[in-house]
Design a protein around this ligand. Sequence first.
Ligand code: C2E
Ligand code: MG
Ligand code: MG
Ligand code: MG
Length: 293
Amino acid sequence: AAKAAGRGRVHRFVPSMRTQADDRLQLEADLREAIGTDQIRVAYQPIVSTTSGRLASLEALARWDPPVRGPISPAEFIPIAEETGLIDDLGRQVLRMACRELAGHLNDPRLDDRWALSVNVSAAQLRRPEVAAQFAEDVRAAEVPTGRVILEVTESVLLDADAVHSLVALRAEGFRLAADDFGKGESSIGQLMRFPLDVLKIDMSLLRMSREAGEGSETTVMESVTMLGHALGAVVVAEGVETEADLVLAQNAGCDHAQGWLFDRPVPVLALDRMLRERALVADREMTSPIVS
Ligand code: C2E
Ligand code: MG
Ligand code: MG
Ligand code: MG
């Protein structure tokens, strides 16, 4: 790094070597500050019908872009937020911001009048008994009906008794529930069966696996999981659809919806209107596969 900094640059030595623990503590302090000062933003990624290309839902994804350091991935800061308890505030900010930013689009004539907002929720948030009432209040405060909001939880949440208790309460408030990243962790089909599931999102690793399985068997894994989802009465989403071949695979497997870079990357709220307009145009055309803009 010293060489890369270039010739003529003066080196400064800090009194002690920074350790990984120092970095982690600094990141934690910065995250706390970012949440306290409303620096967390939301990016939106469409989830579309595999047959019509219409918008089925928009997934809200937390974004943190500190001024000097540059953007930090949720894969890095969400686990920190979960371990420190910051996830309660962060998650609530994301839910409220997404509802505020999307409320005006709920009845957008260009869009399907049943399209939903999808928000990720961590197990740690669901362990608090007041979470269902709080979410319902936050969503209604933005004049969004709870039935237009899908809460995405990973499979491990379904193994956590306190969290499941909250999920049942959230569903009673009218929220819809999605199993996120299905097939990635320890799946418990038994748990899934006892769970009131509206949406099953197949983890992109299964799509990659199907893609690499070779001719003749490429839809087997995706198809089986899709059938499982349908047997549970859920709408099935293929995650990580990056190419037209991926989309064809998802279509052949019977997936109802698809999400991925083939359609759109997650976009900031400023680009949302353009994205929705383009999506509406794509969907208005006579649909044949592939359904890309
Ligand atoms: P997720 O909920 O499974 O979200 C989908 C992730 O896949 C997003 O990553 C998205 O940008 C990425 N993605 C979408 N399409 C493609 C594709 O075609 N190819 C590939 N390779 N990736 C694609 P992102 O935004 O980095 O978020 C990562 C994870 O962080 C999320 O995974 C979710 O588990 C968590 N997360 C993000 N925002 C929140 C939040 O507000 N609350 C909580 N609790 N977790 C969040
Ligand atoms: Mg998700
Ligand atoms: Mg996912
Ligand atoms: Mg994921």
